[in-house]
Design a protein around this ligand. Structure first.
Ligand SMILES: NC(=O)c1ccc[n+]([C@@H]2O[C@H](COP(=O)([O-])OP(=O)(O)OC[C@H]3O[C@@H](n4cnc5c(N)ncnc54)[C@H](OP(=O)(O)O)[C@@H]3O)[C@@H](O)[C@H]2O)c1
Length: 268
């Protein structure tokens, strides 16, 4: 029987690449997005664009009820807030967690009962290598991705008896629209008179450049297929150059040595 995938944030980047790749590999893919028209150029019969707002539990329930059977859930939607903590704006802070963390939990809540009744399922959360590593100006984004790691690690125990596997993928920097469309900046942090202006002018262009020269989103799609096909795939997949550089380093070095290496690398 054809396996059914629901993916969030599917209109571009990793979500779109994964939806297309899995559709071509004979999965039926419900491509959840706020903007289904952005998928209108894709004519593949295995891709079903579906309007999905991961901030709205009612909308999520309608979507999952309409699909009926979901074998694989890919929580991909996410964006990055670039702000110092001192400049925190309540709404910006809440929105960051509302999408990157509560959005993941809301969609899981809707899909888990279906998978539990089927006694099978796979949940794949797109986290980040910044879900294991801190960086200045990215406190909100990074802590949201640390939370995604926590969700993955806890849910794995909770759902194991129901034959539901939970994984996370920790990408390094990938050349998607992330830096162009989905980095939200706090104007106070980016003010030229900000006391943080040297860290901003130093780090922000470097990160943006590294994202725009990052790995190809197809790598994410391919690792997702491997997770699906291999029952024994490890819980966390580290992909992309930056993740492969920093994640093993973090495991091997003391906290102090690791921090020193990050400071040297990013000139902090
Ligand atoms: N690119 C990187 O370097 C990188 C590195 C590590 C992790 N990641 C993570 O990978 C995932 C995919 O990102 P990407 O690189 O493919 O970026 P992208 O091209 O910007 O796509 C991000 C997707 O997330 C959804 N999204 C963004 N802001 C949203 C909001 N406010 N509300 C609801 N949905 C929103 C959008 O979905 P719709 O418009 O379709 O609804 C969009 O398609 C994200 O979770 C990101 O944090 C990216």
């Amino acid at each position: 029987m054809q396996r059914v995938v629901l993916i969030t944030g599917a209109s571009q980047g990793m979500g779109r690449a994964t939806a297309l790749y899995l559709a071509k590999n004979n999965f039926l893919v419900y491509a959840g997005t706020r903007t289904p028209h952005k998928l209108s150029d894709i004519k593949h019969p295995n891709i079903k664009p579906i309007k999905l707002d991961i901030t709205n539990s009612e909308n999520i329930k309608q979507v999952t009820n309409s699909i009926k059977k979901i074998d694989i859930l890919i929580n991909n939607a996410g964006y990055g807030l670039v702000s110092t903590v001192e400049n925190m704006d309540e709404k910006q802070m809440y929105d960051q967690f509302n999408i990157n963390v509560f959005g993941v939990l809301r969609v899981c809540k809707a899909v888990i009962p279906m998978m539990r009744k089927q006694q099978s399922g796979i949940i794949i959360n797109i986290s980040s290598f910044l879900g294991k590593i801190g960086l200045p100006l990215l406190t909100f984004y990074n802590s949201s991705k640390y939370a995604v790691e926590g969700i993955t690690d806890s849910l794995r125990y909770e759902l194991r008896d129901f034959n539901i596997r939970v994984h996370s993928i920790l990408p390094g920097f990938f050349d998607t629209n992330f830096a162009r469309d989905n980095l939200v900046t706090n104007p106070k942090t980016f003010d030229k008179n900000s006391p943080y202006s040297s860290i901003v002018s130093n780090l922000a262009p470097t990160i943006i450049k590294q994202i725009n020269h990052g790995n190809d989103a197809i790598e994410v799609a391919k690792i997702i297929e491997q997770i699906i096909e291999n029952q024994n795939f490890p819980s966390h997949a580290t992909i992309g150059d930056k993740a492969r550089k920093f994640i093993p380093m973090k495991k091997e070095l003391s906290d102090e040595d690791f921090e020193r290496r990050v400071r040297e690398y990013y000139n902090l």
